[in-house]
Design a binder for this molecule. Structure first.
Ligand SMILES: [Zn+2]
Length: 509
């Protein structure tokens, strides 16, 4: 072990570990010596000692949520991003990893050890943990029983903020009616009741006229309503009779004939509705007060796929910065939630490449927003709702392609000539899932690097499941700005709400 480490150190200085012809190996661009490790360590401590504690009230709070962005996902994504730049990757830091304060978040909910996005986001945005599948209502609500909702709503941060005269916004790359964004503005007994067509399947609720999630967005009754709502999910807002503007062969899905995008325009003065990038870019944020953007009938595209035709949809960073520009006009401040909603979807699909690319996109959005805000008056929190079962395994050498086959450090301290293998002498990838669609029955195939680094490759998994599951371990919380120092230690997930509420002076009885 000792000689391996020594070998690694020498190799990282000389770069000899990184054979020119091996595409999986990336050079460490910076110089690393025993002295740089010591120097960087002391620098980090000296910086930490100077960390500013900001105790003044926050005018604004921005919450970034990486759906399914567990800790192994963060590690893999930071390596992935570094390697995208031609670096080794391990030493890279995502934008929010530079934040001065962080904590671990316990994501169990009232009746779940490992939870889904509905109760976890409800916990973050209302301060109350609740049951599986229900949204911004407390544990007295029975799943799927609309009659139990009234009186058991848990007030959300956006509702408190609107009551205080602040402006509010919700942004997601998923459908705006999907669990995480929905928890910001809706209260419901079933996360799947996104449109009235979804509720139709539950006869009693439909006959009682229980409002679907899309309707609750438009009928939001606190303050003067949401100022910004952007994401996917157009079909949930438009009627079955109406052709989709982008895909004319498709239609909306509402049964009540309502076109909620038009209702948004009628409801609010100085409002706008956009569904493509050109319209989005033409929005003048100094004149628009209520902006609705619905860029896909369902979820927005994965960033990797969006970039094949970037003129169709804005990026998460573009949506987030436009929202900040608009919301900053309010002298009383704002609350904005920005979700990287599709990290989770790629993981469920067993596709690590897209999941990691989505994390990089979220990191880019945080960096872009940081340039626009004053940290003396703006609290920024970055966290996840829950983890996934992604694992980083084997003993890959420094700079080994995070998507590639694991190849370790050999006995002589040099890069191994062969990939690491299982007991049947077959190579395996560094990334895999504990369960999911990538599971095989029977013998493992003989994998090759060109195959496993493809964007569509589904990593192998142990248990064969159609959809890979969430993971139950803690997730991380990162914070900067007023009250950021209260993000510390091991926290219950719902405590995040109280850090944000206290920062803005809201919600305390
Ligand atoms: Zn999920």
């Amino acid at each position: 072990m000792h000689s391996v480490l020594a070998g690694l150190m020498i190799a990282s200085i000389t770069g000899s570990l990184f054979g020119q012809n091996d595409q999986r190996m990336y050079p460490v661009k910076r110089v690393e010596t025993p002295e740089t490790w010591r120097r960087d360590g002391w620098n980090a401590i000296d910086m930490a000692k100077k960390t500013k504690i900001r105790t003044k009230k926050a005018k604004n709070v921005i919450l970034f949520l990486g759906d399914g962005m567990g800790i192994s996902t963060l590690t893999a994504a930071r390596i992935f991003e570094g390697q995208m730049r031609g670096e080794s990757g391990e030493e890279n830091r995502l934008s929010f990893e530079e934040f001065p304060f962080s904590a671990l978040s316990k994501t169990y909910q009232v009746n779940q050890q490992t939870a889904d996005s509905a109760p976890t986001m409800s916990a973050v945005i209302t301060g109350v943990k609740t049951d599986e599948g229900i949204i911004s209502v407390d544990q007295n609500v029975r799943f799927g029983d609309h009659t139990t909702v009234a009186g058991n709503e848990a007030k959300t941060m956006l509702e408190y903020a609107e009551d205080a005269g602040k402006w509010t916004g919700v942004i997601s790359t998923a459908r705006l009616t999907h669990a995480t964004p929905a928890a910001c503005y809706a209260h419901t007994a079933n996360r799947d009741w996104e449109s009235d067509a979804d509720i139709f399947k539950k006869k009693e609720a439909h006959e009682a006229g229980f409002p679907d999630i899309a309707r609750q967005l438009i009928e939001f009754k606190y303050g003067d309503g949401l100022e910004v709502a952007m994401g996917g999910g157009r079909s949930k807002f438009t009627p079955k009779e109406m052709a989709d503007p982008e895909y004319p062969k498709e239609t909306g899905e509402r049964l009540d004939k309502r076109d909620l995008s038009q209702e948004w325009l009628r409801k609010y003065k100085d409002s706008a509705y956009v569904w493509n990038r050109e319209q989005f870019e033409n929005i003048d944020v100094t004149k628009t007060r209520h902006l609705l953007g619905l860029f896909e009938p369902s979820h927005m595209k994965y960033e990797f796929d969006r970039l094949k035709n970037p003129s169709e949809e804005p990026s998460l960073a573009e949506m987030a910065t436009k929202a900040v520009d608009l919301l900053s006009r309010n002298k009383r401040g704002y609350f904005l939630m920005v979700e990287g909603g599709r990290i989770d979807h790629a993981h469920h699909d067993g596709n690590a490449f897209r999941a990691l690319r989505e994390v990089v996109s979220l990191s880019d959005a945080v960096r872009a927003v940081m340039k626009k805000v004053d940290l003396e008056e703006t609290l920024i929190i970055v966290t996840a709702d829950h983890s996934h079962t992604l694992v980083i395994q084997g003993y890959p050498a420094r700079g080994n392609n995070i998507l590639g086959l694991a190849r370790g450090v050999g006995d002589g301290g040099e890069l191994d000539k062969e990939d690491s293998t299982d007991r049947n002498k077959k190579p395996y990838t560094t990334l895999s899932y504990a369960n999911g669609p990538g599971a095989r029955t029977g013998d493992r195939p003989v994998l090759t690097n060109p195959q496993v680094i493809l964007p569509d490759y589904k990593q192998e998994s142990n248990m064969p499941l159609k959809s890979e599951t969430h993971g139950g371990e803690d997730v991380a919380i990162y914070a900067i700005g007023p009250n950021a120092h209260l993000i510390r230690g091991s926290m219950e997930q719902n405590w995040i709400f109280y850090v944000m509420a206290d920062a803005m002076g809201l919600a305390r009885k």
